[in-house]
Design a protein around this ligand. Structure first.
Ligand SMILES: *Cc1c(COP(=O)(O)O)cnc(C)c1O
Length: 718
């Protein structure tokens, strides 16, 4: 059943494994595998945008033949392939088998609307997606049996283009399926597997693609197929479609269709993990299957709950889908009888007691139908218990059954290769195997200041050169309007203290906060001897006009000579640009409106590479900040919800200016005879030491496995 059709990539017999390697994202977090592709042909690697499938499809055959006869290349190839194949064969081994349970137990199935694995697989919008991608990579590393389900968005990766007026335009870039590391899932007769989504009339059909993420399989549902009419074809066209009905249909296809896809492929699983509420209809399918076997709804729900984990990722209302009851009726009137429920009983499952008429709330539904629920940081756990208190009205707030697992990042993915080499030298060759043990990182103190600083400076140069090259390309290609190019970073100075701010431009993230008092900021940026510059990047959701206004303001500030060319806005924030930024800036700025940042992960990526944060105390930074590893502001003991306070922006901006003026700038420029600020390097080291283990995806995945999956698996056996 699980046949696959891959691109007909060809390589000489001696190195034929290289095509297999290209189709497994394992290469993306193993520097030696990346280096192998690069070694094959540097220009082709670059031209492909670091995408081996594309590269092997386009490369001259002679290059491969030459490599197959080159002893040095072959030695490198053999070493990589041995490691890769050994890991793939050891599917049942690793931390999970040793510590949690028999890995031959039925796997956990992980549902998410987005996955951020690499920029060549653009199925993500932001942090939620990268969390899911990092989760899969780490599950592979730990030998945890996970199968993942998501969407293929064939039409809809949002490319960002900003004209001279600063008002973001977005273009869709259709996915080139032939040069992505995806393979079509085939049925037993060798044709593309076609699955009909149950209960939906007129019918919706889906096809399925597979991405290999180390030892983990990620299946992507595709509605853009011949068998569907145009309306159905476009269900999976874009991430988070604005039209409510199409959004509902999207979630039906993901949850209900996703379950059907697994079933059709004969893939059983024991535990369901929902990453956010979008795929929550997978729960109704689990219940329906049990009811069909004769179980009562109540018993079926009880059983399903025990083995379902729901992770909520946001306290922002726009992050929660609420579907009007009339719309729900249209799609579910033939469904609820199959659950043994009437209209009332079904709607009640998604009713928010605080606003019962609003419609079917996917977060409420997921919370009610899972026994294991968590927020994504300690603070977010508290906030979620408060927001959803009314679902458990007879308990005190602190006993609301929502816990937390603080997010973490996949260390091998987010560490810069040069930093990786530096750590190899000072932490011992095996540090990666023990990277979630805080002791591992103590040895960072032994790295000579000069070496850490030089490595960082090299990465900063790399970032700036990269930004200039992008600006140059744009200038050649389509926009000789010098004004824009100036704002895109051609005036960046590698010796100036460089602040990075890059994330989705959702309003609550307050990208323009630092511009609030323009005069004060100008004085900070334009200091002749101690200049400061800011690099911004990020996309606004195309339907979010307030966010586009913020983006415009930031963008225009880059073109305003009064800021001295010290503000740059870099277009087209994606995984690749994120990597350059978190590796290469000096300071990572984060100033969302508390308590709306559930966790935030970009600051963790920066810290791992020795880039400290200047961040408001919200999300992960409440746990991460220790007084030595960066700077914090905005603490309000006893006041959790400060979103509505009118002077909040002014206070927070003031705190940022004060920290910059009084602490950060003086420390950065307090340099010794060798041109190094030892005080600054100390903060860099503390950032690495305090964050690398604690905010690793390894620590996070282990917590999910020990605190939740282990209990679920017991329930399965019991
Ligand atoms: C890590 C990452 C994010 C998440 O950033 P936040 O700090 O959560 O805002 C978003 N986009 C990209 C490309 C990332 O790599």
């Amino acid at each position: 059943m699980d046949g696959l059709r891959k691109l007909p990539l060809e390589a000489p017999e001696r190195i034929s494994g290289i095509t297999e390697l290209a189709f497994n994202m394992w290469w993306s977090w193993h520097p030696e595998a990346r280096a192998l592709f690069k070694r094959l042909s540097r220009p082709a690697w670059k031209l492909s945008g670091h995408n081996p499938v594309k590269m092997l499809g386009e490369i001259d055959k002679g290059v491969l033949e030459e490599a197959a006869g080159d002893a040095e290349f072959l030695a490198h190839y053999d070493q990589v392939m041995e490691k890769f194949q050994k890991e793939m064969k050891d599917a049942g081994r690793g931390w999970f088998a040793d510590n949690v349970c028999d890995p031959n137990a039925l796997p956990v199935v992980f549902f998410s609307a987005e996955y951020g694995l690499h920029h060549s697989l653009p199925f993500y919008a932001g942090g939620l997606g990268f969390l899911a991608g990092d989760f899969l990579k780490e599950s592979s590393d730990l030998g945890m049996p996970v199968t993942a389900i998501g969407f293929m968005y064939p039409e809809g990766y949002l490319r960002q283009k900003i004209p001279v007026n600063g008002w973001q335009e977005s273009l869709d870039e259709p996915l080139d399926r032939a040069s992505a590391a995806i393979s079509r899932v085939l049925d037993s007769s060798g044709k593309p597997l076609l699955v009909k989504v149950p209960f939906i009339e007129p019918p919706i059909h889906v096809e399925v693609w597979k991405i290999e993420v180390g030892r983990i399989s990620l299946y992507l549902i595709d509605t853009d197929i011949e068998a569907n009419d145009p309306w159905n074809r476009s269900i999976s066209a874009h991430l988070y479609i604005g039209n409510l009905e199409q959004r509902l249909r999207q979630e039906i296809v993901l949850g209900i269709g996703g379950r059907e896809v697994l079933d059709t492929m004969g893939m059983k699983h024991s535990v369901l993990h929902l990453n956010e509420g979008h795929p929550a209809f997978a729960i109704t399918e689990r219940i329906r299957e049990r009811v069909a076997e004769g179980m009562s709804f109540e018993n079926a729900l009880r059983q399903v709950k025990e083995t379902t984990i729901f992770t909520t990722h946001t306290p922002v209302p726009a992050g929660t889908d609420v579907f009007p009851f009339a719309l729900m009726e249209k799609y579910f009137s033939s469904y609820w009888p199959a659950l043994g429920l009437d209209r009332e009983g079904f709607f009640k499952l998604g009713m928010n007691p605080e606003d019962p008429g609003a419609g079917f709330n996917m977060t409420v539904f997921a919370l009610k139908c899972s026994s294991h629920r968590n927020g994504v940081s300690k603070r977010h756990g508290q906030v979620a218990r408060r927001i959803w208190h009314s679902l458990w009205p007879d308990r005190p707030e602190d006993k609301v059954p929502i816990g937390h697992v603080t997010n973490g990042i996949h260390v091998p993915t987010w560490i810069e290769p040069k930093m990786d080499l530096l750590f190899n030298r000072y932490l011992g060759e095996n540090w990666k195997a023990a990277h979630d043990r805080p002791e591992t990182w103590e040895a960072v103190r032994d790295i000579p200041d000069k070496e850490l600083w030089n490595t960082h400076y090299w990465l900063k140069m790399k970032l700036i050169m990269r930004i200039m090259e992008r600006a140059r390309q744009r200038w050649i290609e389509d926009r000789p309007e010098a004004q824009i190019i100036l704002g895109e970073g051609v005036m960046l100075d590698p010796n100036a203290l460089t602040i990075g701010f890059a994330r989705r431009f959702a309003s609550y993230k307050r990208a323009s906060l630092i511009l609030r008092d323009a005069e004060r900021l100008k004085r900070i940026l334009n200091d002749k001897w101690r200049p400061v510059q800011i690099i911004f990047a990020g996309k606004a959701h195309p339907a979010d006009d307030p966010a586009k206004h913020i983006l415009q303001q930031v963008f225009n500030s880059g073109k305003d000579p009064a800021f001295g060319g010290r503000i740059a806005f870099v277009e087209e924030y994606d995984e690749q640009l994120a990597q350059y930024l978190v590796h290469g800036v000096d300071l990572w700025l984060n100033n969302p409106l508390p308590p709306l940042e559930a966790s935030g992960t970009s600051g963790m990526k920066a810290a791992l590479n020795g880039v400290p944060s200047l961040s408001i105390l919200d999300g992960w930074w409440i746990e991460g900040f220790n007084g030595k590893n960066g700077w914090a502001f905005g603490e309000e003991p006893g006041r959790q919800d400060t979103t509505t306070r009118p002077d909040r922006d002014a206070d927070d901006a003031e705190a940022i200016y004060r920290l910059l003026e009084q602490q950060i700038v003086p420390l950065y420029y307090h340099i010794n005879g060798e041109g190094i600020s030892t005080g600054w390097v100390r903060v860099m080291k503390e950032a690495i030491i305090s964050a690398a283990a604690q905010f690793s995806a390894r620590r996070m995945v282990k917590e999910y496995a020990s605190n939740y999956y282990a209990k679920c698996l017991l329930a399965v056996k019991g």
